[in-house]
Design a protein around this ligand. Structure first.
Ligand SMILES: Nc1ncnc2c1ncn2[C@@H]1O[C@H](COP(=O)(O)OP(=O)(O)OP(=O)(O)O)[C@@H](O)[C@H]1O
Length: 322
């Protein structure tokens, strides 16, 4: 088997200043193959963004990481600053939730889309021509005129398309998408998702798609990892996860997703997520889990193969039989 495009092995990220009782990312292992769309799903604060940004070599201030993050075999955690800059320019790109917060409002769109290409030595006129093609590929009409405009002249959805064009400029092998549609209205969200999935397939890019929305992840991803309190609690195909969720937390997340065919209001997973000040000895979800037994509080459940899925729950076999 060829090595995956992105391989994260036992990644642990700790804040070094004290205050946090447990790591913010705790022994995460996951992989993304070339051309594969992979979802990373969980409630706010579960460590999704920190995991995702680590694949760009970015860690929170005052944080230290152990484990390995390999892109085609090269460990990102030990890369030199020069190689990291190159990685961000041409191997791995990221798009964020709020495009307006991640673009300089005083610079023209053209400067934003061409800057990586220019830094990589592409001639100005070639960079501009490629930028026009990129803008066209994300559905921006009159791309030449758009290149001369400023961010405030675009709607949120159009600006997110510009961000996607900018992210693709270096022809990355891996695209990290951190809640890229959460700030958009439903119609615009659907348009941006369809552009993203088309370009990801056309360019054979790997994509790590971070969201709290399991239904959205299932619609666009091949496989999904579910994260809770810094750990992966379940991994399976999108289809399997949606049809046969195994971890009680995944079951709760699915029940909490508002369904288009239902007029029931979403109720959220009962209870509240674990704070960083809490470090239970056993399963982090036990305090919220209707199926917890005293032994669930005794040791951390290890992720293991169960019936086509990987699940970190001591009771998973019993729950399947129930
Ligand atoms: N720079 C930082 N300094 C201190 N703590 C941080 C920093 N960045 C993240 N954290 C903490 O790490 C934990 C995980 O954060 P992260 O942003 O990865 O969660 P998330 O699952 O992406 O949530 P969200 O959906 O809200 O973005 C949280 O408790 C958060 O407060």
């Amino acid at each position: 088997m060829t090595a995956p495009l992105l391989q994260i092995e036992n990644l642990t990220v700790r804040l070094t200043g004290g205050g946090a009782a447990r790591p913010i990312v705790d022994g995460v292992s996951l992989h993304v193959a070339r051309g594969e769309a992979v979802g990373l799903v969980g409630e706010s604060g579960s460590g999704k963004s920190v995991t995702c940004r680590a694949a760009l070599g970015l860690l929170p201030e005052g944080a230290a990481a152990t484990g390995a993050l390999r892109l085609d075999g090269d460990d990102i955690l030990t890369m030199s600053p020069v190689r990291l800059r190159e990685l961000r320019r041409q191997d791995v790109s990221m798009i964020f939730q709020d495009p307006r917060a991640s673009i300089n409002p005083l610079r023209r769109i053209g400067d934003f889309v061409t800057e990586g290409m220019r830094a990589g030595g592409v001639l100005r006129k070639d960079a501009i021509r490629q930028a026009e093609d990129l803008l066209e590929s994300v559905g921006i009409r009159e791309p030449r005129a758009a290149l001369r405009r400023y961010p405030h002249e675009f709607s949120g959805g159009m600006l997110q398309r510009v961000m996607i064009a900018g992210a693709l400029a270096g022809e990355p092998r891996l695209l990290l998408a951190d809640e890229p549609t959460t700030a958009l209205d439903v119609t615009t969200q659907a348009e941006v998702i369809s552009i993203l999935t088309r370009l990801q397939a056309e360019r054979d890019m790997g994509m790590l798609f971070v969201t709290h929305d399991l239904e959205l992840a299932a619609a666009i991803c091949d496989r999904i990892y579910v994260m809770y309190a810094g750990r992966i609690v379940e991994a399976q195909s999108a289809e399997g996860l949606f049809g046969r969720p195994r971890h009680p937390y995944t079951v709760g997340l699915l029940a909490a997703t508002p369904r288009l065919d239902s007029d029931q209001a979403p109720h959220g997973v009962p209870g509240r997520p674990l704070s960083l000040a809490e470090a239970p000895a056993g399963c982090a979800f036990a305090a919220r889990c209707a199926h917890a037994r005293p032994r669930c509080g005794e040791g951390k459940p290890v992720r293991r193969d169960v019936d086509g899925a990987q699940v970190a729950c001591l009771r998973v076999e019993e729950l399947i039989d129930e």
